[in-house]
Write a protein that binds this ligand. Structure first.
Ligand code: MG
Length: 445
């Protein structure tokens, strides 16, 4: 039930007050005694937060309601308020009719695999006991976590020179970015600043296509750069001063290079560009690969020497600050980089971009085929001097001058292929190699 992003779906079918009540009960039954609850700006948020809070209290846990705030503010508040877990009612960048529930530990880290499985199991088996009448949990309200987040961000960065920045909040909960940049002396223009769960300004997911207005506002004004968040502001994407959307892998490289030094490590999912490896090698740092999902990045970020983690989707983690991807923090860190070393377009141009090619093959039993692919590739690893095989998430083969990745789609009967090299011809060759391995596996299943 709980995936890497928690549970998410349409309100009224997948996501109901009944489910929220059960999640609250399950969390209390799992031993969490003091739980922070907050939500993004979606219309269904308060109703679901009411339900989850009732479930928690009914099973004896105390609840601290923090109201509408960004996911990073709520995740950080678990530690600030000395609670032992946090619940965010959010569907992140999904359309307005959706909502969801995501759970957080007291270090601001998203619930990992075993914690999620335990909650799912309790919900499915209704494995919770209601507290007796005199042990029902208490509810309190804390109203200043957005202010505390603003304080934390203001302390985390400093700017050499003030900048002009356009902040596209996307009617989500990331308005704190504009407040902090203003406090740091920047001239700030805000787009879609009013939190509104109907997302009237633009779709909630910040992509090159949905940020059309931001791109043109940055271009026609004197702005040094623009930033955009998703609905719950755990993501940040950027636009350079010429109005160009900053490619995700380039943004990754830039943010990582600024914090990583000799011997440091950076966590990245298996499908991240080789350009990130090269950018980090230039400063003496290296990349460790994780399965796809910001939960895995956060897990890797708890390891020693890991100073940064990112998902090219726009989730960036500085473990020294918090293990939650923090979009407003990322915006402030970018301001720091541009302020000391800008302009942004020139910084982006120093980062190489390599051709990534993709394909997908229709395969009915994609998991079985992938298992066979895994066996074949692992068996062949020794025949190829340069091959280094990683089976964390799908099968990724680093071939020295490039890589290919074979993954089973979780939602469709497809096997997805990705290949990257520094030259296009080589990337195409690697994609063919990957397709060949899948065809072979298909014949033998
Ligand atoms: Mg999000």
């Amino acid at each position: 039930m709980f995936g890497t992003s928690g549970v998410r779906g349409a309100v009224g079918t997948a996501i109901t007050a009944d489910l929220a009540l059960s999640v609250g009960r399950a969390l209390a039954a799992d031993g969490y005694e003091r739980v922070v609850c907050g939500r993004d700006a979606r219309a269904s948020g308060e109703m679901l937060e009411d339900a989850v809070s009732v479930g928690l209290r009914e099973c004896g846990a105390d609840v601290i309601r923090v109201g509408v705030a960004s996911t990073p503010a709520i995740a950080r508040a678990v530690e600030w308020l000395k609670a032992d877990a946090g619940i965010v009612i959010t569907a992140s960048h999904n359309p307005p009719e959706d909502n969801g529930i995501k759970l957080w530990t007291d270090t601001g880290q998203a619930f990992g695999t075993s914690r999620r499985a335990s909650i799912s199991e309790r919900v499915q088996n209704e494995a919770y006991e209601l507290a007796p009448w005199d042990r029902i949990g208490m509810q309190s309200t804390v109203e200043d976590i957005v202010d505390r987040h603003e304080e934390a961000l203001t302390e985390a960065v400093s700017l050499d020179t003030p900048l002009s920045v356009v902040v596209d909040v996307g009617n989500g909960t990331g308005g704190v970015t504009a407040s902090v940049l203003h406090r740091l002396g920047c001239h700030v223009r805000t787009l879609n600043g009013q939190p509104d769960g109907h997302f009237p300004g633009r779709p909630s997911e910040p992509t090159e296509e949905t940020l059309e207005t931001l791109l043109s506002v940055v271009k026609v004004t004197d702005a040094d750069f623009g930033v955009a968040h998703d609905g719950d502001a755990d993501r940040m994407m950027a636009v350079d001063e010429t109005g160009r959307f900053v490619p995700k892998d380039a943004l990754f490289s830039l943010l990582a290079q600024a914090v990583a030094g000799d011997g440091d490590r950076v966590a990245a999912p298996v499908d991240t560009s080789l350009a990130v490896d090269d950018a980090l090698a230039a400063v003496g740092a290296s990349v460790i690969r994780t399965p796809v999902g910001d939960v895995y990045i956060a897990e890797a970020a708890t390891e020693p020497d890991v100073v940064f983690g990112g998902e090219p989707s726009g989730a960036w983690i500085w473990p020294a600050e918090t293990l939650c991807p923090d979009g407003p923090l990322a915006a402030c860190k970018l301001a720091e980089i541009v302020s000391s070393r800008g302009p942004l377009s020139a910084l982006i141009d120093t980062i190489d971009r390599y051709p990534i090619v993709r394909d997908s093959l229709e395969v009915a039993d994609n998991e079985a085929v992938l298992e066979r692919v895994r066996e074949t590739v692992v068996a062949r690893e020794d025949d190829h001097d340069t091959w280094s095989v990683d089976t964390l998430d799908g099968v990724r083969v680093d071939v020295g001058d490039g890589w290919f990745l074979i993954r089973a789609s979780g939602t469709q009967p497809l096997v997805r292929l990705t290949a990257e090299a520094r030259e296009s011809k080589r990337a195409e060759e690697l994609l063919e190699t990957a397709a060949g391995i899948v065809s072979e596996a298909l014949e033998s299943v």
